[in-house]
Design a protein around this ligand. Structure first.
Ligand code: SAH
Length: 227
């Protein structure tokens, strides 16, 4: 996918972002950290320039490699459910365009992000670095969690693709007291927040959150080499 050639952020872009945040508030987003981060990160930098003003509309947008970036209200809702605090270690499954990664960085989290598509992984890793978002990006299979176990356990885990179930290795890499936000379902998903109150499964609290059903791209097994 072509990236912007020069990363400008005009008054028009800033204005669109401000309007997007007003809209998010009307959608029930109240977490100041989420609103500040989404008000700050230029979403259009993560999308094909031809998307133009639509970057700030509440739509899912294609990002190449048959993948889509979630609509702003979904990014905001997942980020709010995650209840991130500064300096927390957050694992993201599905780096994609890097927009959600950048939002988490702007919230002050230490972000580790895994992408299974090699093309997207390389492109987005380079882009995030260039834009100054200091996330650690990995090419790997999110079902297995971090390829570098020394990073685990995490305070928070966010899955940005539709998972058929809650992957056990990910729960094992979550700290006790930690929160996972994951859309679960085959064609449509419901948003689940899992709070890990202890090591045993009986101590995991699963809540259905959000507004009805979602359509994320599927969480697929294994790494994909070709674009
Ligand atoms: N957070 C991204 C969303 C991208 S769409 C953004 O803000 O743009 C979801 C991404 O999850 C896709 O890039 C897809 O390739 C990736 N994905 C799907 N299954 C995966 C898996 N098992 N491990 C890692 N990434 C996966």
């Amino acid at each position: 996918m072509p990236s912007p050639t020069n990363y400008t952020d005009t008054y028009l872009d800033k204005g669109r972002r401000k309007r997007m945040c007003e809209e998010l508030k009307r959608h029930g987003i109240s977490d100041a950290l989420v609103l500040a981060a989404m008000g700050e990160v230029p979403r259009h930098w993560f999308l094909d320039p031809s998307i133009g003003a639509n970057a700030y509309e509440d739509h899912a947008v294609p990002i190449g490699c048959d993948q889509t970036i979630s609509r702003p209200s979904t990014v905001a809702m997942q980020s709010q459910l995650l209840a991130v605090k500064k300096d927390m270690k957050v694992l993201e499954i599905g780096t994609g365009s890097g927009y959600q990664t950048a939002v988490l960085c702007a919230m002050g989290a230490k972000v580790f992000s895994i992408e299974r598509q090699h093309g997207l992984f390389v492109e987005t890793k380079v882009k995030l670095l260039k834009l100054g978002y200091r996330a650690q990006c990995y090419y790997g299979d999110g079902y297995k969690g971090t390829p570098s176990l020394s990073n685990a356990p995490f305070d928070r885990i966010i899955i940005t693709c539709g998972a058929p179930f809650i992957p056990l290795p990910l729960m094992q890499q979550l700290k006790v007291g930690g929160i996972m936000v994951i859309p679960v379902g085959e064609t449509e998903q419901e948003m689940l927040r899992v709070t890990k109150n202890g090591e045993t499964q009986e101590e995991w609290v699963v809540e259905k959150c959000g507004t009805g059903s979602y359509r994320f791209v599927p969480m697929l097994e294994g790494r994909q080499v070709n674009r």
